[in-house]
Design a protein around this ligand. Structure first.
Ligand SMILES: C[S@@+](CC[C@H](N)C(=O)[O-])C[C@H]1O[C@@H](n2cnc3c(N)ncnc32)[C@H](O)[C@@H]1O
Length: 227
């Protein structure tokens, strides 16, 4: 399934809707009416809502931008990277359909927020491994995550040139918060039986499911590049 193409004045990337025409580096590129996934389940609170409540965004932002935590757009963290737009994070987590006890890989852990949210979703019987390329963010995200007291989750430095965590396979779920031009088969191969991966590729949010590496499309978004 695929949402409508965004109009030219779309909002910035892993950021929320914004009224300007300027293209930003990442954030969803769809207007509010085209949001395919964020629509809540008719007012019912789900596991993703509970994870957001348990781990507020403020705890994953540098002091200088903490007062903007309620802004539904990406916010700068360090090394030119961002803490993703809350609406986009919620869209991705609902699509990922994380279950208690699962093993999850978080590629592009950044501020540690998605890693903490995933840890809440899997609970203490699960495991979450975040990987991040920027050394400053490995430290920042790791400290933010540690403050949530979820020792079944961790953040490690990614090895340049190595995508994901080939040594830790298989994963039940993989969340990717940076965008490649093509679907990276190295990451598809890290999914286990019945695994799911949510990844933005060339502006479109993809869900990849096993078996068969089936791919479906879930709207237009923009992210920082997967390097
Ligand atoms: C949108 S940002 C952070 C998102 C993060 N989940 C959050 O909410 O804070 C995406 C991150 O992906 C990282 N990144 C890019 N390519 C990567 C790679 N190959 N392996 C690991 N991290 C990568 C960037 O350094 C950046 O911190």
């Amino acid at each position: 399934m695929r949402s409508a193409e965004p109009p030219p004045d779309n909002p910035p990337c892993t950021a929320g809707p914004a009224p300007q025409r300027t293209q930003q580096r990442h954030g969803p590129s769809h207007p509010p009416r085209a949001v395919p996934l964020f629509a809540r389940s008719l007012g019912r609170v789900d596991a993703v809502d509970r994870a957001f409540t348990a781990h507020p965004r403020e705890g994953f932002l540098p002091r200088a931008v903490r007062r903007r935590a309620s802004y539904d757009g990406p916010l700068p963290i360090a090394a030119g990277q961002t803490n993703s737009q809350p609406r986009t994070v919620a869209d991705m987590l609902r699509l990922l359909d994380v279950r208690t006890g699962q093993r999850v890989l978080d590629v592009g852990a950044g501020s540690g927020w998605t890693t903490a949210l995933l840890a809440h979703l899997v609970g203490p019987t699960g495991e979450v491994r975040g990987v991040e390329l920027e050394p400053d963010l490995v430290r920042f995200g790791g400290a933010n995550l540690a403050a949530t007291h979820q020792p079944w989750a961790s953040i490690a430095a990614a090895t340049p040139g190595v995508l994901g965590d080939p040594g830790g396979v298989p994963y039940d779920r993989i969340l990717v918060s940076a965008e490649p031009d093509e679907l990276p088969h190295q990451l598809v191969d890290q999914l286990g039986d019945d695994g799911r991966m949510v990844i933005p590729v060339a502006g479109t949010m993809l869900l990849v499911t096993q078996p068969g590496a089936r791919v479906s499309e879930h709207g237009r978004y923009r992210f920082v590049p997967l390097r």
